[in-house]
Design a protein around this ligand. Structure first.
Ligand SMILES: Cc1cc2nc3c(=O)[nH]c(=O)nc-3n(C[C@H](O)[C@H](O)[C@H](O)COP(=O)(O)OP(=O)(O)OC[C@H]3O[C@@H](n4cnc5c(N)ncnc54)[C@H](O)[C@@H]3O)c2cc1C
Length: 381
């Protein structure tokens, strides 16, 4: 089905992202996986091309696109290369940078946004703690006022870009008695005394991304590191989570679609019993179903993008997009593995890695159970 939401400017932008990926990234992605990290050169080059500051106003070095469709295009193209590129770029440019843009003071914007747009300041977002991620309001990392300073103690885990980030927007408890209304966001620089990182976590998939534990031991920061309102962090996160979930959803479907297209090609080339395996009725019907699932999902997501651009994407619709897209992605990729037979289980095949990479999408950005909880509540249940 023809997609109607993208115009000439978006397609020109898509072409430039693709050219950048083909020239500077795809030849090196095997190294990214082997080193379990996306190198700084990627960020600097992406910054130079203007791909990191899409939401950052021009006066702070960004593109000030003011149109979420550009984020969506970048997410799609990166995720087609592999899911980790989509998620790491997403954490930096599509998820964390918008907190600084929307909530930062003038001084904070001048201090950090030019480096965020250029790739010199890599961002991460720290919400999840070892004791739990779903129940965000129960987080335990604290910031206690001591003179002019806040003294931060605690830890975060599973933080994407965590091993290499320069600045981490971190949710901490500032008013213990106020539960969800006692959480504040701090921008914590990685060179702050008392900040340390644990090991690079050994994941089942998305080898290219670095995911880490972060520790805060008497990290002292002033008020000028608070992002947004004191004690307003929970509300800020709730306001920003729909965009995070939409970005993840776009990535999920773009990733699955790309591997499905590659699988279709494989089923035309691979023969069994004297015929291409795709021509067996089972495979043909299955592929028909999978392409339908992808295109129908894409149509819903495109409507979410339009709604988001108008400021009308509801948290419930974002939750629907997130659980649905991750389920479809995982279902589609599981069938793609099956259609590849034994090769589908070999790490050297893109389909095998894509299948591993996809598993986390049902867990992060709010697990699918939490998404259904939100939707169920909206149904009055
Ligand atoms: C690779 C990776 C990267 C990540 N990147 C980041 C990041 O950059 N920043 C960040 O802050 N976090 C990140 N996360 C954390 C992720 O968001 C959490 O893992 C997720 O929110 C779930 O939290 P949890 O792991 O503590 O599971 P738990 O909260 O312990 O949940 C365990 C299980 O219980 C279920 N459950 C919990 N509560 C309910 C309920 N009320 N009803 C029904 N079921 C429920 C969950 O759905 C899940 O199945 C990342 C995780 C991974 C794996």
């Amino acid at each position: 089905m023809k997609r109607e939401i993208y115009g000439e400017d978006h397609e020109t932008f898509r072409k430039s992202v693709r050219e950048f990926l083909e020239r500077s990234v795809i030849p090196h992605v095997e190294d990214y996986a082997a080193n379990k990290a996306i190198p700084r050169e990627f960020w600097l080059e992406a910054g130079k091309q203007g791909f990191l500051g899409l939401e950052i106003p021009e006066e702070y070095g960004g593109a000030g696109a003011g149109d979420y469709r550009f984020n969506a295009v970048a997410t799609e193209e990166l995720s087609k290369v592999n899911a980790a590129l989509g998620s790491c770029w997403g954490i930096h440019a599509d998820i964390t940078a918008p907190y600084l843009v929307a909530l930062g003071t003038e001084e904070q914007k001048q201090r950090w946004l030019p480096g965020v747009a250029s790739g010199e300041i890599l961002l991460a977002i720290g919400m999840t703690e070892p004791s739990g991620g779903s129940d965000l309001a129960a987080l335990k990392t604290t910031a206690v006022k001591d003179g002019d300073d806040w003294v931060i103690n605690g830890s975060k885990t599973f933080i994407t870009n965590g091993y290499s980030a320069d600045l981490i927007i971190t949710a901490v408890r500032t008013s213990p008695e106020k539960k969800a209304r006692g959480i504040t966001l701090f921008a914590i620089p990685a060179d702050a005394p008392g900040f340390s990182r644990g090991r690079k976590l050994d994941k089942v998939g998305q080898d290219e991304s670095d995911t880490a534990e972060l520790f805060f031991e008497d990290v002292r920061l002033g008020d000028d590191h608070i992002v947004g309102e004191l004690d307003g962090g929970f509300i800020h996160m709730m306001q920003k989570l729909p965009q995070e979930r939409l970005g993840c959803s776009i990535s999920n479907i773009a990733h699955a679609k790309q591997i499905l297209l590659e699988t279709l090609q494989y089923t035309k080339e691979r023969h069994a019993f004297g015929a291409p395996i795709g021509t067996f009725q089972h495979s043909k019907f299955l592929l028909a179903e999978l392409f339908t699932q992808i295109e129908v999902s894409e149509a819903f997501l495109d409507q979410c993008v339009v709604a988001h651009d108008k400021g009308e994407l509801t948290p419930v619709d974002a939750a629907k997009a997130k659980w649905w897209s991750s389920q479809i992605q995982n279902d589609v990729l599981d069938h793609c593995v099956q259609l590849h037979g034994g090769y589908g289980f070999m790490n050297e095949y893109r389909v095998a890695r894509a299948w591993r990479d996809a598993r986390v999408s049902k867990i992060w950005a709010g697990s699918n159970e939490i998404m259904k909880e939100l939707i169920g509540r909206d149904l009055g249940l």
